[in-house]
Design a protein around this ligand. Structure first.
Ligand SMILES: Cc1cc2nc3c(=O)[nH]c(=O)nc-3n(C[C@H](O)[C@H](O)[C@H](O)COP(=O)(O)O)c2cc1C
Length: 215
C-alpha cells in the first residue's frame, strides 16, 4: 500500500498560473473565477465541499456536502437537517471550516468561520427547490442514526414519497439552510516544482486583508 500511495501523482503536469499580484480585493470574486474555470474544464463535482465541525467537547467531524450558494458578503451556504451530527455540532459550537479540492487544476480553497441558520424562509425555499426524490429523502429524518435494516429504509422512503406527493408545499421542519460566514479564505495553487502559492484573505469586523503564506 505504501508503494502504491507513493507512486500516485498528487497533481497533473499542466497547472494554471496564480498571479497573486492581480488577485481581487475580496475572496468571493476569486472563488467565482476559480469555480468558473473548474466548471469550464469539467472538474467533477466542483460544488462538493468538505465541511468540518466540532462538538462542544472539541471532537471533530468532517463530511462532504453540496455548496448551495455563495453571496457577496462572504457566506458559503449548505443545507442539511438540524438533527444531523453536523446540525448538533453547529448548535453547540458554531465554528466550522469548509474546503474545496479541484485536482485537475491543483487548487484547494479553505474557508473558516462561523456557521448558523440562514433563516426559516431561506431554509423552506431551499427545501422546496429540491426535486421530489430529494425532498422525500430529506423528510426521512434520523440522519446518522442506526438503521436496523434496508427494508425499514425502503418503507420509510415510500411513505415519505407519498407524503410529498400529497402535499407538494410541505417543508421538513428540521431542514436548514446554513450560512458559513467566512473569517478566512485561503487559495492554494499547486506547483509542479512544489513552489505552491498560498494567498489568504482575512477579516475581523472590517474589510478583507490579504497575505501570502509559506507553502
Ligand atoms: C457528493 C456528496 C454530497 C452530499 N451532499 C449533502 C448535502 O448537501 N447535505 C447533507 O446533509 N448531506 C450530504 N451528503 C452526505 C454527507 O456527506 C453526510 O453523510 C451526512 O450529511 C451526515 O453527516 P453528519 O452525520 O456528519 O451530519 C453528501 C455526500 C456526498 C458524498
Amino acid at each position: 500500500m505504501r508503494e502504491t500511495l507513493r507512486g500516485l501523482p498528487p497533481f497533473p503536469d499542466d497547472l494554471p498560473d496564480f498571479d497573486v499580484r492581480s488577485a481581487p480585493g475580496d475572496p468571493v470574486s476569486l472563488f467565482l473565477d476559480w469555480f468558473g474555470a473548474a466548471v469550464q474544464d469539467q472538474v467533477p463535482g466542483p460544488h462538493a465541499m468538505t465541511l468540518a465541525t466540532a462538538d462542544a467537547a472539541g471532537r471533530v467531524s468532517s463530511r462532504v456536502l453540496i455548496c448551495k450558494d455563495i453571496d457577496d458578503g462572504g457566506r458559503w451556504y449548505f443545507a442539511s437537517s438540524s438533527d444531523s451530527g453536523k446540525g448538533r455540532d453547529l448548535a453547540a459550537n458554531r465554528h466550522a471550516a469548509a474546503s474545496f479540492w479541484w485536482p485537475q487544476h491543483g487548487r484547494q480553497i479553505r474557508i473558516a468561520g462561523v456557521a448558523g441558520s440562514a433563516g426559516e424562509q431561506a431554509s423552506a425555499d431551499d427545501f422546496l427547490a429540491r426535486p421530489p426524490a430529494s425532498r422525500a429523502a430529506a423528510l426521512l429524518g434520523h440522519q446518522s442514526e442506526t438503521l436496523d435494516d434496508l427494508t425499514a429504509l425502503d418503507q420509510a422512503f415510500r411513505r415519505s414519497q407519498e407524503v410529498i406527493e400529497a402535499d407538494p408545499v410541505l417543508v421538513a421542519p428540521d431542514w436548514t439552510l446554513y450560512a458559513l460566514y467566512a473569517e478566512t479564505v485561503e487559495f492554494w495553487q499547486a506547483d509542479r516544482q512544489r513552489r505552491h502559492v498560498r494567498l489568504q484573505y482575512q477579516r475581523d469586523a472590517g474589510p478583507w486583508a490579504k497575505r501570502l503564506l509559506w507553502p
